[in-house]
Design a protein around this ligand. Structure first.
Ligand SMILES: C[S@@+](CC[C@H](N)C(=O)[O-])C[C@H]1O[C@@H](n2cnc3c(N)ncnc32)[C@H](O)[C@@H]1O
Length: 244
Protein backbone atom coordinates (compact mmCIF):
# COMPACT_ATOMS: atom_id res chain seq x y z
CA UNK A 1 0.00 0.00 0.00
CA UNK A 2 1.64 3.28 -1.05
CA UNK A 3 2.21 5.95 1.61
CA UNK A 4 -0.24 8.46 0.22
CA UNK A 5 -3.16 6.00 0.18
CA UNK A 6 -3.75 6.65 3.87
CA UNK A 7 -3.80 10.38 3.32
CA UNK A 8 -6.59 10.42 0.74
CA UNK A 9 -9.08 12.94 2.08
CA UNK A 10 -12.72 12.14 2.50
CA UNK A 11 -15.29 14.42 0.91
CA UNK A 12 -12.84 17.03 -0.27
CA UNK A 13 -14.78 19.51 -2.31
CA UNK A 14 -12.51 21.51 -4.57
CA UNK A 15 -12.91 25.06 -5.87
CA UNK A 16 -15.75 25.46 -8.38
CA UNK A 17 -17.59 22.59 -6.72
CA UNK A 18 -16.72 20.45 -9.73
CA UNK A 19 -15.00 17.53 -8.14
CA UNK A 20 -15.20 15.84 -4.80
CA UNK A 21 -13.15 13.00 -3.47
CA UNK A 22 -14.64 10.35 -1.28
CA UNK A 23 -12.01 7.91 -0.09
CA UNK A 24 -10.29 8.08 -3.46
CA UNK A 25 -13.38 7.86 -5.65
CA UNK A 26 -13.57 11.08 -7.61
CA UNK A 27 -17.03 12.36 -8.26
CA UNK A 28 -17.33 14.72 -11.19
CA UNK A 29 -20.48 16.75 -10.88
CA UNK A 30 -22.12 19.48 -12.91
CA UNK A 31 -21.45 23.18 -12.43
CA UNK A 32 -23.41 24.19 -10.53
CA UNK A 33 -23.44 20.74 -8.96
CA UNK A 34 -26.61 18.80 -9.53
CA UNK A 35 -27.28 15.26 -8.43
CA UNK A 36 -28.51 14.24 -11.86
CA UNK A 37 -25.45 15.28 -13.82
CA UNK A 38 -22.49 13.42 -12.44
CA UNK A 39 -20.13 10.62 -13.16
CA UNK A 40 -17.99 8.63 -10.80
CA UNK A 41 -14.42 7.80 -11.57
CA UNK A 42 -13.22 5.23 -9.12
CA UNK A 43 -9.62 6.02 -8.33
CA UNK A 44 -9.41 3.94 -5.19
CA UNK A 45 -6.21 1.92 -5.22
CA UNK A 46 -4.53 4.12 -7.84
CA UNK A 47 -1.11 5.19 -6.66
CA UNK A 48 0.02 8.65 -7.66
CA UNK A 49 2.21 11.29 -6.10
CA UNK A 50 0.22 13.81 -4.06
CA UNK A 51 1.36 16.78 -6.20
CA UNK A 52 0.29 15.10 -9.43
CA UNK A 53 -3.07 14.05 -8.07
CA UNK A 54 -3.63 17.61 -6.85
CA UNK A 55 -2.57 19.03 -10.21
CA UNK A 56 -5.12 16.80 -11.96
CA UNK A 57 -7.88 17.81 -9.57
CA UNK A 58 -6.97 21.51 -9.78
CA UNK A 59 -7.31 21.37 -13.53
CA UNK A 60 -10.93 20.28 -13.35
CA UNK A 61 -10.30 16.54 -13.61
CA UNK A 62 -12.00 15.05 -16.64
CA UNK A 63 -13.76 18.20 -17.66
CA UNK A 64 -11.24 19.80 -19.96
CA UNK A 65 -10.16 17.03 -22.32
CA UNK A 66 -7.67 15.64 -19.85
CA UNK A 67 -6.64 12.01 -20.14
CA UNK A 68 -8.00 9.63 -17.52
CA UNK A 69 -5.39 8.89 -14.85
CA UNK A 70 -5.83 5.17 -15.37
CA UNK A 71 -4.76 5.57 -19.01
CA UNK A 72 -1.76 7.68 -17.98
CA UNK A 73 -0.77 5.06 -15.46
CA UNK A 74 -0.91 2.24 -18.00
CA UNK A 75 1.45 4.27 -20.18
CA UNK A 76 3.71 4.85 -17.18
CA UNK A 77 3.80 1.10 -16.55
CA UNK A 78 4.60 0.33 -20.19
CA UNK A 79 7.62 2.63 -20.05
CA UNK A 80 8.87 1.21 -16.76
CA UNK A 81 8.38 -2.36 -18.02
CA UNK A 82 10.56 -1.61 -21.04
CA UNK A 83 13.54 -0.33 -19.13
CA UNK A 84 16.93 -1.86 -19.98
CA UNK A 85 17.84 -4.68 -20.38
CA UNK A 86 14.62 -5.13 -22.38
CA UNK A 87 15.49 -2.13 -24.56
CA UNK A 88 18.92 -1.46 -25.94
CA UNK A 89 21.46 -0.88 -23.16
CA UNK A 90 23.04 2.60 -23.25
CA UNK A 91 20.36 3.96 -25.59
CA UNK A 92 17.81 6.01 -23.65
CA UNK A 93 14.16 5.05 -23.86
CA UNK A 94 12.46 7.88 -25.81
CA UNK A 95 8.78 8.76 -25.39
CA UNK A 96 6.99 11.37 -27.51
CA UNK A 97 3.54 12.74 -26.70
CA UNK A 98 1.53 14.87 -29.11
CA UNK A 99 -1.04 17.14 -27.43
CA UNK A 100 0.06 17.82 -23.86
CA UNK A 101 -2.50 20.30 -22.56
CA UNK A 102 -2.08 20.58 -18.74
CA UNK A 103 0.41 17.72 -18.62
CA UNK A 104 -1.80 15.09 -17.00
CA UNK A 105 -0.10 12.28 -18.91
CA UNK A 106 3.12 14.22 -19.49
CA UNK A 107 3.84 14.14 -15.75
CA UNK A 108 3.33 10.38 -15.56
CA UNK A 109 5.60 9.86 -18.56
CA UNK A 110 8.18 12.27 -17.13
CA UNK A 111 8.17 10.29 -13.86
CA UNK A 112 8.60 7.07 -15.83
CA UNK A 113 11.55 8.22 -17.93
CA UNK A 114 13.09 9.73 -14.82
CA UNK A 115 13.00 6.30 -13.20
CA UNK A 116 14.75 4.58 -16.14
CA UNK A 117 16.99 7.41 -17.34
CA UNK A 118 14.96 7.83 -20.53
CA UNK A 119 13.71 10.94 -22.34
CA UNK A 120 10.25 12.49 -22.74
CA UNK A 121 9.43 15.06 -25.42
CA UNK A 122 5.94 16.56 -25.56
CA UNK A 123 4.72 18.48 -28.63
CA UNK A 124 2.00 21.03 -27.93
CA UNK A 125 0.69 23.79 -30.15
CA UNK A 126 -0.43 26.18 -27.37
CA UNK A 127 2.50 28.14 -25.93
CA UNK A 128 0.78 28.73 -22.59
CA UNK A 129 0.43 24.96 -22.08
CA UNK A 130 4.06 24.39 -23.10
CA UNK A 131 5.35 26.91 -20.56
CA UNK A 132 3.02 25.69 -17.82
CA UNK A 133 4.07 22.04 -18.09
CA UNK A 134 7.78 22.85 -18.41
CA UNK A 135 7.44 24.88 -15.18
CA UNK A 136 5.77 21.93 -13.49
CA UNK A 137 8.59 19.63 -14.63
CA UNK A 138 11.16 22.05 -13.20
CA UNK A 139 9.29 22.38 -9.91
CA UNK A 140 9.33 18.61 -9.40
CA UNK A 141 12.86 17.96 -10.64
CA UNK A 142 11.74 16.27 -13.85
CA UNK A 143 13.17 18.78 -16.33
CA UNK A 144 16.49 16.99 -16.84
CA UNK A 145 14.87 14.24 -18.83
CA UNK A 146 11.53 15.73 -19.88
CA UNK A 147 10.51 18.80 -21.85
CA UNK A 148 7.63 20.11 -23.90
CA UNK A 149 8.26 21.93 -27.16
CA UNK A 150 5.89 24.24 -28.96
CA UNK A 151 4.90 22.89 -32.36
CA UNK A 152 2.19 21.40 -34.50
CA UNK A 153 2.14 17.64 -34.91
CA UNK A 154 2.87 15.74 -37.02
CA UNK A 155 5.13 18.16 -38.94
CA UNK A 156 6.98 19.27 -35.81
CA UNK A 157 8.82 15.94 -35.64
CA UNK A 158 10.63 16.65 -38.92
CA UNK A 159 14.32 16.89 -38.11
CA UNK A 160 13.69 16.20 -34.43
CA UNK A 161 14.05 12.41 -34.46
CA UNK A 162 16.00 9.96 -36.59
CA UNK A 163 14.36 6.94 -38.17
CA UNK A 164 13.87 4.07 -35.67
CA UNK A 165 14.88 6.22 -32.67
CA UNK A 166 11.61 6.52 -30.72
CA UNK A 167 10.35 3.84 -28.31
CA UNK A 168 6.84 5.11 -27.73
CA UNK A 169 4.46 7.68 -29.16
CA UNK A 170 1.37 8.75 -27.24
CA UNK A 171 -0.88 10.40 -29.80
CA UNK A 172 -3.40 12.71 -28.15
CA UNK A 173 -3.73 15.92 -30.15
CA UNK A 174 -6.22 16.23 -33.01
CA UNK A 175 -8.29 13.04 -33.30
CA UNK A 176 -9.82 13.64 -36.72
CA UNK A 177 -9.25 10.76 -39.14
CA UNK A 178 -7.08 12.40 -41.83
CA UNK A 179 -4.88 14.01 -39.16
CA UNK A 180 -4.35 10.76 -37.25
CA UNK A 181 -3.59 8.96 -40.54
CA UNK A 182 -0.88 11.53 -41.31
CA UNK A 183 0.55 11.08 -37.84
CA UNK A 184 0.75 7.32 -38.29
CA UNK A 185 2.48 7.72 -41.67
CA UNK A 186 4.95 10.18 -40.21
CA UNK A 187 5.60 8.52 -36.83
CA UNK A 188 5.71 4.82 -37.74
CA UNK A 189 9.13 4.99 -39.49
CA UNK A 190 10.52 6.85 -36.45
CA UNK A 191 9.58 4.01 -34.10
CA UNK A 192 12.17 1.45 -33.12
CA UNK A 193 11.32 -2.15 -34.06
CA UNK A 194 9.15 -3.38 -31.19
CA UNK A 195 8.23 0.22 -30.31
CA UNK A 196 4.72 1.21 -29.31
CA UNK A 197 2.27 3.68 -30.76
CA UNK A 198 -0.41 4.48 -28.21
CA UNK A 199 -3.56 6.49 -28.89
CA UNK A 200 -6.02 8.14 -26.55
CA UNK A 201 -9.77 8.22 -27.27
CA UNK A 202 -10.28 4.89 -28.97
CA UNK A 203 -13.76 5.21 -27.46
CA UNK A 204 -15.90 8.08 -28.67
CA UNK A 205 -16.85 9.89 -31.83
CA UNK A 206 -13.43 9.82 -33.47
CA UNK A 207 -12.24 7.10 -35.89
CA UNK A 208 -9.12 6.40 -33.82
CA UNK A 209 -9.94 2.79 -32.98
CA UNK A 210 -10.40 1.84 -36.67
CA UNK A 211 -6.92 3.17 -37.39
CA UNK A 212 -5.36 1.38 -34.40
CA UNK A 213 -7.07 -1.84 -35.51
CA UNK A 214 -5.58 -1.44 -39.00
CA UNK A 215 -2.15 -1.34 -37.35
CA UNK A 216 -2.94 -4.64 -35.59
CA UNK A 217 -3.34 -2.87 -32.24
CA UNK A 218 -5.40 -3.60 -29.17
CA UNK A 219 -7.94 -1.57 -27.26
CA UNK A 220 -7.51 -1.11 -23.52
CA UNK A 221 -10.49 0.49 -21.86
CA UNK A 222 -10.59 0.76 -18.12
CA UNK A 223 -13.84 2.62 -17.76
CA UNK A 224 -14.47 5.31 -20.35
CA UNK A 225 -15.65 8.62 -19.02
CA UNK A 226 -19.31 9.37 -19.26
CA UNK A 227 -19.51 12.95 -18.12
CA UNK A 228 -22.74 14.90 -18.02
CA UNK A 229 -24.69 12.28 -19.92
CA UNK A 230 -22.46 12.60 -22.98
CA UNK A 231 -21.53 9.41 -24.83
CA UNK A 232 -18.49 7.72 -23.26
CA UNK A 233 -15.06 8.77 -24.47
CA UNK A 234 -11.44 8.00 -23.66
CA UNK A 235 -9.66 4.69 -23.44
CA UNK A 236 -6.31 3.63 -24.82
CA UNK A 237 -5.31 1.86 -28.02
CA UNK A 238 -1.82 0.43 -28.47
CA UNK A 239 -0.10 -0.93 -31.58
CA UNK A 240 3.39 -2.43 -31.67
CA UNK A 241 5.79 -2.11 -34.58
CA UNK A 242 6.96 -5.57 -35.63
CA UNK A 243 10.44 -6.54 -34.48
CA UNK A 244 11.66 -7.81 -37.84
C1 LIG B 1 -6.98 16.19 -25.52
S1 LIG B 1 -5.81 17.45 -25.18
C2 LIG B 1 -4.42 16.50 -24.64
C3 LIG B 1 -4.57 15.89 -23.27
C4 LIG B 1 -3.26 15.40 -22.67
N1 LIG B 1 -2.60 14.42 -23.48
C5 LIG B 1 -3.48 14.81 -21.29
O1 LIG B 1 -2.85 13.84 -20.96
O2 LIG B 1 -4.31 15.35 -20.55
C6 LIG B 1 -5.33 17.92 -26.80
C7 LIG B 1 -4.19 18.94 -26.87
O3 LIG B 1 -3.65 18.88 -28.19
C8 LIG B 1 -3.25 20.18 -28.58
N2 LIG B 1 -3.18 20.14 -30.04
C9 LIG B 1 -4.22 20.16 -30.94
N3 LIG B 1 -3.75 19.99 -32.19
C10 LIG B 1 -2.40 19.86 -32.08
C11 LIG B 1 -1.34 19.61 -33.01
N4 LIG B 1 -1.58 19.47 -34.32
N5 LIG B 1 -0.09 19.48 -32.54
C12 LIG B 1 0.19 19.61 -31.20
N6 LIG B 1 -0.77 19.83 -30.30
C13 LIG B 1 -2.03 19.95 -30.72
C14 LIG B 1 -4.31 21.08 -27.98
O4 LIG B 1 -3.83 22.39 -27.80
C15 LIG B 1 -4.59 20.37 -26.63
O5 LIG B 1 -3.79 20.92 -25.62
Amino acid sequence: MPDNAEKTPEHTTLPLGLVSVNQGAVEVVGHPPTPTRKSILDLRGLWWPDWLRQHWLDRGASLAGITEPTVSQVLYSLVIANKPPYGLPDVPYVVVETGVRFGATACWLALAVNAIDGRYIGIEVERVMVDGVNKLFAKHGLDKRAKVVCGRAPDAVTGMFEQTSVDMFFVDDDHRGPHVKREIEKFWPLLKPGGLMAFHDVVGDFPVWELVKDLGGIKLVHRPFNVFGQPPFGGLGVAQKPMG
